[in-house]
Structure formats: structure tokens, C-alpha cells
Design a protein around this ligand. Structure first.
Ligand code: ADP
Ligand code: MG
Length: 565
């Protein structure tokens, strides 16, 4: 060995390692899924790079993952012949965490084991999970295309530092040796490994092999020879090309965890094969929980793109609009060229029609999910705010998106957003041809607004909107189901058919009778208001400030004021 170096882990790695080992212990077997997932990614990357440089495939041996173990030595080895890593790559990939927002994420952990386990799961546990069961990990790797003498040996006990040295490595790819902690010997066992692989990694598209076990207990006989035989444990075919009816929910769920680096099951998924002018398979997932970086501009988003089964890109973000950025999944096209790039995707008209179709799939999936109250509530809590960006971004689907929105309203005495526009219309008064709403800074602030008095009196429901984005949203939502939206705080409220002839007459008379008063008030308030009217909005309050039809909303004014305009 030469060029030996001892390097410290980035602070965040140390923190993550520590937290992970403690909070994920009850689910420790997932370390194998993570290492297999990495090996599979490495094979994907090799296949992709080999499109342009076929010589990277070297001997052309089939891509696979091999898992072996030594009961006495208490080791477990995971080996792949994928892309491998150079010395620099090993140092950065296995010594730092590149994700943006990592320190914020780490500081949000509470110390509550259960909660933290979920958060870490969302964050993605990855390679470092090996230290849940190992007290020492050796990684031997050589990047495809580099000489055998450019192999790397990384070794660490998962504490503050790791050692790195340059070594000879004949075979391309990565071999990871876990020295199991005492008490974790169960993982140096063929049956145990077999069942973990079936459970978590059956969907992996390349073969995962274990040494063939001699179950007939013919002790030691030809042991050497037997050890050289391998058996494929998983199904080893791309899950998304298999027929839907054949795939179990658990398989869909595990596949989701592999591609999303999430830990929890998805809320829902939609698997489709499209044939005809365009041919592709898509498998789209709705996560159960918002990722910690949902609102970060540079956060990774998008689908995993394959072309004819060959992995091309992670986070291909041209296939779905921004307001559906929380969707994870795979799209595998038969039409795109193998050397398609991010730049080409952005211009290809083919992508536009795929995007339109995939968007529709997601909206349909959400609509279906909305029949399940509990799940939909969960979806709404996690992603409702993002979906509200939809009407502005996606004009064509405005109505569909509107149908998926949920609001607080005067019908329920709660800040929770549960009312759909369909619910609202089903409860509308006879002759009501408008959807009434009120916006404000908080639910508490608007729920007793004097603007609502007349609506309460007449038993008309009003939507109560208090999210930051709401005013902006309402700028793009003009109607739903042929009924237009009316801000009850604006202009001269016309209740149309909801006011009886008598009401109208009474209002006119009141206005006439009070003409003197309104004129005096208008004079007195000249510099602050543009109009003084006798209002029929109020039943209890004496006066109210209303906005003009085209005035900017309060929230908008504040946003602009805050930005210095
Ligand atoms: P993630 O898979 O989410 O990127 P991991 O912690 O699992 O995070 O892995 C970190 C990085 O280490 C990977 O992105 C990859 O670059 C590298 N890596 C890990 N395992 C392998 C492997 N078997 N072959 C090649 N690279 C690997
Ligand atoms: Mg990983």
C-alpha cells in the first residue's frame, strides 16, 4: 500500500453517523438495502458512461452484485463491478455529505429517537448505515477506465476519521467489507441474507448473488468447489417494465425506497405503459412526507430517466412541472436517443407531450387519492402549499388543480384545510353563483372578520384563506365549475340573487337616508379612503374598511413593501 493518509470526516458526517447508529438500530437490516442500492446505481452509471466510451466495460463481464460472508471471521462483503471510484471520489463521497441544507437538517433533529429515525430516513441514510452493524468498514474500489494500480483502499471505524491508501485492484468496481460488531453475527448467514435481499432488493434490475448453500449438510465435501458457485437471489429485471398485475405492493414500495432514498412507504403510485406515437413506461410515486429541502431552489427534483432500460439521468426535471416537484419516479422511453442530455431534453418537443401526459397521470393519481380522506389529508399537509403554485404555472390544468385544493371555511370551526370546492358548491345556497372567500394573515385573524357578518346571517359559506401564497393563488383562480370567485373584502359586495327584493330595497333606502352622513365622513376621511358607502355587509359592527375591486390585497402589499417597492 502507498500514499497512505488519515483524513477526518466532515463534521456533518460525524454527526450523522452518531445519530444514525442510535436512531436506526431497530431497523438495522436496511444497511444492506443501502449498499445494494449503491451497487446498482454504480452499474447504471457504468452502463451510461460506456455509451460514449465502450472501452470502460473492459472484459465485458455481465454486471452483477455479489454478497459473501465469513461466519468465523464475522465479515460480510458486498462487491460490484460497476463504475467504481477514484481516490478523489472516495474521499469526497465517503467522507463528506454533498447535499445542500445538510447542517440545517442536522440541527433540526430533536434527540427523540423515533422522530429522528424518520427524519434521517427522509434525508437518506446511504453508505454510512454500514456502521449500524459494523465497527469497521473496508472499501476497495477502482474506477472504470483507470489502471489496476490506481485502486483505492478506504478504511474506517466510523468515528472521527478514515484512512485511505492506493492499492492494486484488478477488477473494476467496488468491494465493501463489513467487520460485524459482536452481536451482529446474524448478518454472516446465508438464510438471513437471502431473506433480506428478497425483502428489500428483489426489484434491483441486476443479479444479486449469494454463494450457493449446500443444504444437504454433506459436510466439507468439495467445500472449495462449492464456494465458487453462485446463485442469483433476486428477480433481476427492471420492475417498471413488468406487467402491473404481476407486481406486489411490497415490491412497488421497496423500489420506491431505492430510487427516492426515502425510508418510508409512498402514499400512492401510478404505473403505466404508453404505446403508440410515443412509447414509454412510467412509474410515478407520491411520497408520504415532504423532503426537508422542498422549498430549496437548488434541491434535486425530477424523475430518473432511462432510455430502453439504460439509465441516463437522475433528476430529469423536464418531465413534470415545478408544482409537482415532490413526485418521484422513473420514466423509460423507447423514443429518445441514448445520447440525450439535459440540454436536449429542455428543447425536445417530444418531452413536452410526455410532460403533459405525465402531469395528467399525477393529477389523476391525486384525484383518486382524494377519495381516501386520511391519506389525502396527509398529502395535503405535506404538499398542499406546493400544489397551490399549480394554477399559476399550469394554465391548462387550472380547473383540475382547483378541484384538488382544500380550504378552511366558515362551514367548519377549524383552521384545518379540508373543504374542497366541490364540497363548497354542494352546500351552496339556491341561486348562489359565486364562490366567496376572504384572505388574511392568519385563520385567527379572519375567522371573526366583520366581512363575514352578512354571510353568517344568510348562511352562506365563505372560504378562509390565510396561507402566504393564497392571495397570489387567487390571482390565477378565476372560476371553478362555471362559478367565479369573489373576494368578500373587495368593492361593493353584490350578493346577486342571494339578496331578496326586500333586502335590496331596504339597502337603497338606508343609503338614501344616510346620504348626509356618508358625505360628511367622506370629507373627513378624504385623504385615507376613496369612497364611503352604507354597507349591508355588517350586522353587528358599525364600520368596515373594504378594498377596491382592483386594489392590491393586504398580503401582496406587505410582500411588496417588504421587498422595498
Ligand atoms: P447516495 O446513494 O444517496 O448518493 P450514499 O451515502 O449511499 O448516498 O453514497 C454516497 C456516494 O458514494 C454515492 O453517491 C456514490 O457516488 C458513492 N458510492 C457509494 N457506493 C458506491 C459503489 N458501490 N460504487 C460506486 N460509488 C459508490
Ligand atoms: Mg445510496
Amino acid at each position: 500500500e502507498n500514499q497512505k493518509q488519515t483524513l477526518g470526516f466532515q463534521t456533518e458526517v460525524k454527526q450523522l453517523l452518531h445519530l444514525m447508529i442510535h436512531s436506526l438500530y431497530s431497523n438495522k437490516e436496511i444497511f444492506l438495502r443501502e449498499l445494494i442500492s449503491n451497487a446498482s446505481d454504480a452499474a447504471d452509471k457504468l452502463r451510461f458512461e460506456a455509451l460514449a466510451k465502450p472501452e470502460l466495460l473492459e472484459d465485458n463481464s455481465p454486471l452483477k452484485i455479489r454478497i459473501s460472508f465469513d461466519k468465523e471471521g464475522k465479515t460480510l462483503t458486498i462487491e460490484d463491478n460497476g463504475i467504481g471510484m477514484s481516490r478523489d471520489e472516495v474521499i469526497s463521497h465517503l467522507g463528506t455529505i454533498a447535499k445542500s441544507g445538510t447542517s440545517e437538517f442536522l440541527s433540526s433533529l430533536s434527540g427523540d429517537q423515533k422522530k429522528d429515525a424518520q427524519l434521517i430516513g427522509q434525508f437518506g441514510v446511504g453508505f454510512y448505515s454500514a456502521f449500524i452493524v459494523a465497527d469497521k468498514v473496508d472499501v476497495y474500489s477502482r474506477r472504470a477506465g483507470l489502471a489496476a494500480s490506481k485502486g483505492v483502499h478506504w478504511s474506517s471505524q466510523g468515528e472521527g476519521s478514515f484512512e485511505i491508501a492506493t492499492v492494486d485492484k484488478q477488477e473494476r468496481g467496488t468491494r465493501i467489507v463489513l467487520h460485524l460488531k459482536s452481536g451482529e453475527e446474524e448478518f454472516a448467514d446465508g438464510w438471513r441474507l437471502h431473506s433480506i435481499i428478497k425483502k428489500y432488493s428483489d426489484h434491483i434490475a441486476l443479479p444479486i448473488e449469494l454463494p450457493k448453500e449446500d443444504y444437504s449438510a454433506e459436510e466439507d465435501k468439495e467445500k472449495e468447489e462449492k464456494a465458487a458457485e453462485w446463485e442469483t437471489i433476486n428477480r433481476a429485471s427492471a420492475l417498471w417494465v413488468r406487467p402491473r398485475a404481476e407486481i406486489k405492493d411490497e415490491e412497488y414500495q421497496e423500489f420506491y425506497k431505492h430510487i427516492s432514498h426515502d425510508f418510508e412507504n409512498p402514499l400512492s403510485w401510478s404505473h403505466n405503459k404508453v404505446e403508440g406515437k410515443l412509447e414509454y413506461n412510467s412509474l410515478l410515486y407520491l411520497p408520504a412526507r415532504a423532503p426537508f429541502d422542498l422549498y430549496q431552489r437548488e434541491a434535486p427534483r425530477g424523475l430518473k430517466l432511462y432510455v430502453q432500460r439504460v439509465f441516463i439521468l437522475d433528476q430529469a426535471d423536464s418531465f413534470l412541472p415545478l408544482y409537482l416537484r415532490f413526485i418521484k419516479g422513473v420514466v423509460d422511453s423507447n423514443d429518445l436517443s441514448l445520447n440525450v442530455s439535459r440540454e436536449i431534453l429542455q428543447k425536445d418537443p417530444l418531452i413536452d407531450s410526455m410532460k403533459a401526459a405525465l402531469t395528467k397521470r399525477v393529477l389523476d393519481m391525486l384525484e383518486k387519492l382524494s377519495k381516501d380522506g386520511e391519506k389525502y389529508t396527509r398529502f395535503w399537509k405535506n404538499f398542499g402549499q406546493v400544489l397551490k403554485e399549480g394554477p399559476a404555472e399550469d394554465f391548462a390544468n387550472r380547473e383540475k388543480i382547483a378541484g384538488l385544493l382544500r380550504f378552511a371555511s366558515t362551514h367548519e370551526d377549524s383552521a384545518e384545510q379540508k373543504v374542497s370546492l366541490a364540497d363548497y358548491l354542494a352546500r351552496a345556497q339556491e341561486g348562489q353563483d359565486k364562490i366567496y372567500y376572504l384572505t388574511g394573515e392568519s385563520y385567527a385573524q379572519i375567522k371573526n372578520s366583520p366581512h363575514l357578518e352578512v354571510f353568517r346571517k344568510k348562511g352562506i359559506e365563505v372560504l378562509l384563506l390565510s396561507d402566504r401564497i393564497d392571495e397570489w393563488l387567487m390571482g390565477y383562480l378565476t372560476e371553478f365549475n362555471g362559478k367565479s370567485f369573489v373576494d368578500v373584502a373587495r368593492g361593493d359586495l353584490d350578493l346577486g340573487k342571494l339578496d331578496s327584493e326586500e333586502d335590496k330595497k331596504a339597502q337603497e333606502e338606508a343609503a338614501k337616508a344616510k346620504q348626509g352622513l356618508t358625505e360628511r365622513l367622506k370629507k373627513a376621511l378624504e385623504s385615507s379612503v376613496s369612497e364611503v358607502r352604507v354597507s349591508h355587509r355588517l350586522t353587528d359592527s358599525a364600520a368596515i374598511l373594504a378594498m377596491g375591486e382592483t386594489d392590491m390585497g393586504v398580503q401582496m402589499r406587505q410582500i411588496l413593501a417588504a421587498s422595498g417597492q
